[in-house]
Design a protein around this ligand. Structure first.
Ligand code: SF4
Length: 461
């Protein structure tokens, strides 16, 4: 339980794992995508060079963010795009609202943007009488189910097709029991087409923003960003300030890495470039900080701003695959989310860096080479130092530290543990022990490694 009385990651994960079949299939689906990513990466001999190049380009960006942002702003203005700066989520939402209000619009279509999820834009606009439809299919499904996305690339990966069929029956009037993905997609497409045709304002996220030219690129597999933007009278783009890349030639590096890391595709189906408004259209760019500068100032964590939001770290993470994205109670879930969230509110998200085995698989797949598991480990130290770790965890860590720092206590604890496992296993294998939940405890070994080594080392034989 978190200090504000809401459930923490462990409690939410416990809810998720109650449905064993769902866990197995969630785990399997994400692992399948991880394997597709591996095949796609292995098909490119220069994969590691690409990762290194991407990492270095982003290092340059975060070391010179100020200059690149000013260059980008100047080029956007030259291209006829109105630029806005938002220091916080609240400011971002106010800007979007003021743009829509000035035109008298009460409806907007939105393509996938985790930033606007982070800012809770839909809720903010709804309170002011503005209706927003998310046009990415996965996000649309989450929206009609009143749930946030559980994954940054695959927002409803935790839902069965039967559950989606039920939602469509309720909201779109499809036949009860219809769960064929192709038929359901056709229905959604028809419904969304009408939205695209009638909404005069469109908002998109930004995948990459080119400082040199003042253009930005939006990657989707459904073409929904293009449909919304091309038919709109007012086009708004919301981007986190870290999305900048210096030059157009760098795009090739990132576009080759993004889709392969995300879903194992060679390229995202649509990588659309937006540069200037067409005749009669207004274009706005909102550059959002919302805690990013603070993260930039934290030397141990600033590299997390290199993230290109591919989701590969989630697909490979054993904790994410088994606990589901919603258990992270934060817009960006999984390993990278567990690094970004404590920057926003350390107390509220103190549980997240502990939701990891620190196995390093996330760092191994990250296309921009973020040292994710090292940063998670560093957050744990910060959180304990600041006194935000749960009391039970802090006490357990103290006891463990005392045990591991003295050979005598380590040997005694090992002996006691082996004796208990052998003679009264129920003392450990019971439901009150959180470590036992969902696990089979091993049989205790007869002897410790030191005892075995003493008996078997070479000079004795
Ligand atoms: S941290 Fe790396 S692997 Fe995870 S989403 Fe970001 S870029 Fe992808």
């Amino acid at each position: 339980m978190k200090p504000n009385g809401t459930k923490d990651h462990a409690a939410l994960a416990e809810d998720f794992i109650k449905d064993e079949e769902r866990v197995n299939w969630h785990d399997g689906s994400l692992w399948w995508i991880r394997q597709k990513r591996d095949k796609a990466a292995k098909n490119i001999p220069e994969w590691e060079e690409l990762r290194e190049a991407a990492s270095q380009i982003k290092s340059n960006v975060i070391s010179n963010l100020h200059e690149y942002l000013l260059q980008f702003e100047a080029n956007l203005q030259k291209n006829g795009i109105t630029v806005h700066w938002a220091d916080s989520a609240q400011e971002h939402n106010e800007i979007v609202y003021s743009i829509l209000k000035a035109k008298g619009f009460t409806e907007m279509v939105k393509s996938k943007s985790m930033l606007t999820e982070e800012c809770q834009l839909n809720e903010y606009l709804a309170e002011r009488g503005i209706d927003v439809i998310n046009s990415d299919l996965g996000e649309y499904i989450q929206q009609i189910d009143n749930e946030p996305p559980s994954h940054i690339v695959l927002p409803c990966i935790h839902k069965r097709k039967e559950e989606i069929g039920e939602l469509f029956h309720e909201h779109l009037g499809t036949e009860k029991g219809l769960s064929d993905p192709t038929l359901l997609t056709r229905v959604a497409r028809k419904h969304l087409r009408n939205i695209f045709m009638t909404r005069r304002a469109a908002l998109t996220g930004v995948n990459f923003a080119v400082a040199e030219t003042g253009e930005y690129v939006v990657c989707t597999n459904e073409g929904n960003a293009d449909m919304g933007a091309h038919l709109s009278e007012v086009q708004i783009a919301s981007m986190g300030i870290e999305k900048i890349i210096p030059q157009k030639k760098h795009l090739g590096v990132f576009l080759r890495l993004l889709a392969r890391s995300a879903t194992g595709q060679p390229i995202t189906i649509y990588s659309s470039h937006f540069k200037k408004p067409r005749k009669g259209q207004e274009m706005h760019m909102i550059l959002v900080d919302a805690g990013r500068s603070r993260q930039l100032g934290r030397a141990d964590f600033r590299d997390s701003l290199k993230c290109i939001k591919c989701g590969a770290c989630m697909n490979t993470c054993p904790v994410y695959r088994k606990s589901g994205g919603l258990s992270y109670h934060n817009t960006i879930s999984g390993p990278i989310g567990a690094i970004l969230a404590p920057n926003l509110d350390m107390k509220r998200h103190a549980d997240l860096p502990f939701a990891s085995t620190l196995c390093g698989s996330c760092s191994n797949v990250c296309p921009v080479k973020i040292n994710i598991h090292d940063q998670l480990y560093k957050w744990r130290q910060e959180i304990v130092k600041e006194g935000y770790a749960a009391n039970t965890k802090a006490l357990g860590m103290k006891a463990m530290s005392w045990t591991l720092s003295s050979p005598g206590s380590y040997t005694a604890a090992g002996k006691a543990g082996r004796w208990v496992l052998k003679n009264i296993p129920i003392a450990i294998n019971n439901k009150l022990n959180p470590w036992y939940k969902g696990r089979d405890m091993p049989d205790g070994p007869k002897e410790s490694f030191s005892e075995w080594y003493e008996k078997n080392k070479d000079d004795k034989s």
